[in-house]
Design a protein around this ligand. Sequence first.
Ligand code: PMP
Length: 438
Amino acid sequence: MSTSRNRSEALYQEALQHIVGGVNSPSRSFKAVGGGAPVFMKRASGAHFWDEDGNRYIDYLAAYGPIITGHAHPHITAAITAAAQNGTLYGTPTELEITLAKMLKEAIPSMDKVRFVNSGTEAVMTTIRVARAYTKRNKIIKFAGCYHGHSDLVLVAAGSGPSTLGIPDSAGIPASIATEVITVPFNDLEGLRAALDAWGEDVAAVMVEPIVGNFGMVMPKPGFLEGLCQMTHDNGSLVIYDEVISAFRFHYGSTQTYAGLANHEAIQPDLTALGKIIGGGLPIGAYGGRKHVMEQVAPLGPAYQAGTMAGNPASIAAGIACLEVLQGEGVYEEMERLTIKLTEGLQASADRHGVPLTINRIRGSFSTHFCDHPVTNYDEAQDTDGEAFAAFFRHMLDRGVNLAPSKYEAWFMTTAHTDADIEATLEAAEESFKAMKN
Ligand code: PMP
């Protein structure tokens, strides 16, 4: 089966002349799946994309997470249009910002105070600054394979994007900065204990994706977050949750209140970084936390953070509208139902054709690991068959299913997917696994 993508090819050649690498984010390149032109999309609606050559795709990328209601959701589109008609940027406060801040606080009780920024990267970067200002310490402990955006400190031994490209440590980051970061394996309390024993007095914060979305979808083992919070707080350090992917992904709220995890009081962070879904598909980030910690931030305190575009009415209106859709009755249950149908079908199909496949599913999202062992940390996620993933990715693309071009990225269900989409995806997968064995 072959699908013509001549126009994508031509546009890629043109893009290479003007845009570095032809893409505005390295994770969009096809480098990790054998190279060549990425697909240039022209239009998207609901669960579907149409490329420049007129091919249709069922989308499970969801723009790496934000598009949980499907593309061009009418409620969100109307909110953005209304906001734009009133002016896109004021440089003054607006009431809309209070509305979204209140919605976030209600859903994520550890956030007494919120500040909006423009990306997940900015949100994470600022939580680190605030933690350092509050504790008057410098070092950060993070977990191997978790990705926290592209600011200097957190690109040391980072996850999906950089590891896909084989550059876990970016060039341009001074060695002196890398010494401020200690990386331990996810789900490994012993490792965390050892790091705190060695560096404890210097550690400002322990940063974690409490449910991982960047080396596949990986749950914390029972007791991991409880132990992490306890040890970190005993050490006088702050807990920072990077919930840029996980907030509002599995239920209306964050990991901190997710029913799939017990003992919520014992897993509350001091600071939380948000992004993606809370902007409904427009650029956004936010961070927040305990009042006494957030009071470090200017204009109240000495930690400086600012933004010309921060809290712009279009992003905020889109975020409010997106959360309103997610408040709908049974929304998460329906995404989970479709995802179970999809993952059960994928597993059965892979088994039928003798393709080793481990699926990690958490409600409406999952990751496919081409291996025959469980994936609970970054080492196990790396120890999977990248070539098999690349072959599967390309077979699926040729059959009209759009996945992220990396073995580390998740599949995301949206509220727009239907049973018909799942059935078509399973047909494509059956043919793909079969073709991989021929
Ligand atoms: N944190 C996590 C957990 C993420 O997955 C990402 C983006 N994939 C970021 C931070 C950075 O967000 P952004 O790309 O909006 O800067």
